[in-house]
Design a protein. Structure first.
Length: 592
């Protein structure tokens, strides 16, 4: 089957989902274009800023996408074949992921732009709220660990293409550093030199292309500079990236998050367009096996592994944190919720389809699949092939793809660290500059502990840290989605009392809860017992203990949900932003 046929049918299904099911959600949630949003009601031009949907969509899309829609589909395809991964991407994004993202954004806007945790506190209990915050913070730690390490691996070593052209990880690192500097300069010029957004975009977007081109000529090769191995260079990059997270998550959003989200959005649209271009005009067929069996080569079952390996691109709990953490404070109109939340989820699914296509067009013995295949390099090789159709040099093509991959991740890393700071401040009550820095240091410090540890597989072979944490990240992230859907179900059931709630949000809650809980229990069992079922003599690893804690938290929250649904009292009316988490931990906490 040709890639074009697969992509066309996928896009057709996703487009139908957006216009049909998305429109149905718009009616069921009763979106009101005349309603005053929190961005208008609490406007302070710091956190609460009514934003054009074109601008906000790019920011929201670049924040939620991360490496998930690239890594997850490719990993799932490698394990089970591309058909199971494709089915979950399309069906999951339309009926579960899109509902999750849309519902989280609308619920937050209807509750004065408060977080999902605050909504759970109002409609369930304060105990549920505290447990949910703890769960979210632990999930954020896994997200930061997995994404930090996978980006760090892109910054080392040398890749030789089949044409003989070499691309250095140090060059990718240089392009990445230049890319990070551009939005800061753009923000300063817009704020102090009154440079307009259109002019700033016209100037700085081409400079992203210059950064891609220049990077390979000024490689930042830490292994050579410091005289260390590539493995140790990855650890150094891990530390540097976490230091970036520390700083980026405490600076004002206008100086980095918003301009980088704007540039990153265009850049990621370009990456998506490049993939579509290659699929449409490349004439490639699906060479990789469509179905490899109900279990992976390592003996892991398709269920639940498929649904937790492909997170972003089908359904991701992290999206709710972004939707209710920053996007809801910038939504100009309730009607914008459909294109921004549901629409961005559909766009992310398209990114996942393009990423999966990069694997589909490879034969099982192709160069990128030899040895231990790396998803980011499979994506890079695929995009390089697509861009070659329009005469883009191979070195530029793979650099473009890997920088696009890195761009996805940067937004998620600093947003995750920022949200982790809010959560710790809410849990501890730490205020002011001291609380901001200490909470941020703790959120970045725990991932630092994990990424600097030696990671090994079941046979004690050294492997990248991200491979150990990807399944744990996927399981905890999907369980976070289940808990978010649980909170939405309680909110809708207690306020709307409509039959459709149990199908629109209730069924997705059950699916995600069972699959993610099952996956976490498998991780816990593997940490305490060997393959024969004998109790391990060694002390369980920190990741096993954290997985067990997540399972317990999820079980208690399920009990809290049942209690909330059987209570007869009416929920309290919505109120103004409360606490550090809801008010974005800013010094100016707007009160109505």
């Amino acid at each position: 089957m040709s890639l074009l046929t697969v992509a066309f049918l996928s896009a057709l299904a996703l487009g139908a989902g957006y216009f049909l099911y998305g429109s149905l959600l718009k009616r069921l949630f009763r979106l009101d274009g005349a309603a005053k949003t929190p961005a208008q009601e609490f406007r302070d031009d710091v956190d609460y800023i009514p934003t054009s949907p074109k601008y906000l969509l790019g920011q929201h899309f670049s924040a939620i996408a991360a490496a998930g829609p690239i890594v997850g589909p490719i990993l799932a395809g490698l394990m089970f074949g591309w058909v199971p991964a494709l089915i979950w991407i399309v069906v999951g994004s339309i009926f579960i992921g899109g509902v999750h993202d849309f519902g989280a954004l609308v619920a937050s806007v209807r509750h004065k732009a408060r977080s999902i945790a605050e909504i759970i506190r109002e409609h369930m209990s304060r105990r549920s709220y505290m447990l949910f915050l703890a769960f979210v913070w632990l999930t954020i730690v896994y997200i930061i660990v997995a994404f930090t390490d996978i980006v760090a691996t892109s910054f080392v070593g040398t890749q030789t293409l089949e044409s003989g052209v070499t691309v250095t990880g140090g060059g990718i690192a240089s392009s990445s550093m230049i890319y990070l500097a551009l939005p800061i300069v753009m923000a300063l010029l817009m704020r102090y030199a009154k440079l307009g957004l259109a002019a700033a975009t016209a100037i700085f977007l081409p400079l992203v292309g210059v950064a891609i081109w220049a990077g390979q000529y000024i490689p930042l090769d830490l292994a050579k500079m410091l005289g260390i191995t590539d493995a140790n260079a990855v650890k150094v990059w891990d530390v540097l990236l976490l230091a970036y997270c520390l700083v980026a998550s405490v600076v004002p959003m206008w100086i980095l998050l918003q301009p980088r989200g704007h540039l990153g959005g265009y850049f990621l649209y370009a990456a998506l367009a490049a993939g579509v271009l290659g699929i449409v005009f490349g004439g490639r067929t699906a060479e990789y096996p469509a179905f490899k069996g109900w279990s992976s080569a390592a003996g892991e079952p398709m269920l639940p592994l498929l649904l937790i390996t492909v997170a972003c691109g089908a359904c991701s709990g992290f999206h709710a944190l972004v939707a209710s953490g920053t996007t809801s404070k910038q939504l100009r109109s309730e009607l914008d919720a459909k294109p921004i939340a549901y629409g961005a989820m559909i766009l992310e699914a398209l990114v996942a389809v393009v990423s999966l296509s990069c694997l589909m067009m490879l034969k099982s013995d192709a160069q990128p699949l030899r040895g231990a295949p790396s998803p980011n390099l499979i994506y890079g090789f695929g995009m390089c092939n697509f861009l070659g159709l329009v005469g883009v040099p191979a070195a530029f093509g793979i650099s473009f793809a890997l920088l696009a991959f890195t761009t996805f991740v940067y937004d998620t890393l600093d947003v995750s660290t920022r949200l982790g700071r809010y959560i710790l401040q809410e849990l501890t009550g730490w205020q002011g500059r001291f609380g901001r820095w200490v909470a941020t240091a703790m959120t970045a410090g725990v991932p630092l502990f994990f990424v600097t540890q030696k990671a090994v597989d079941a046979k004690d072979n050294a492997i990248p840290a991200w491979k150990v944490f990807w399944s744990l990240f996927g399981a905890s992230n999907q369980l976070l989605a289940a808990l978010t859907l649980m909170g939405l179900t309680v909110w809708l059931a207690r306020t709307r009392r409509a039959w459709w709630v149990w199908f629109v949000t209730g069924v997705p809650t059950a699916i995600m809860y069972v699959m993610s809980g099952w996956a976490l229990l498998r991780s816990v069992r593997a940490g305490f017992f060997d393959a024969e079922g004998n109790l391990r003599k060694a002390v369980p690893s920190a990741s096993t203990v954290v997985a067990l804690v997540l399972v317990v938290l999820a079980a208690v929250l399920l009990i809290e949900m049942v209690i909330a649904l059987t209570r007869k009292r009416e929920p309290a009316a919505g109120h103004a932003p409360a606490g550090v988490l809801s008010a974005e931990a800013s010094a100016a906490d707007p009160k109505p």
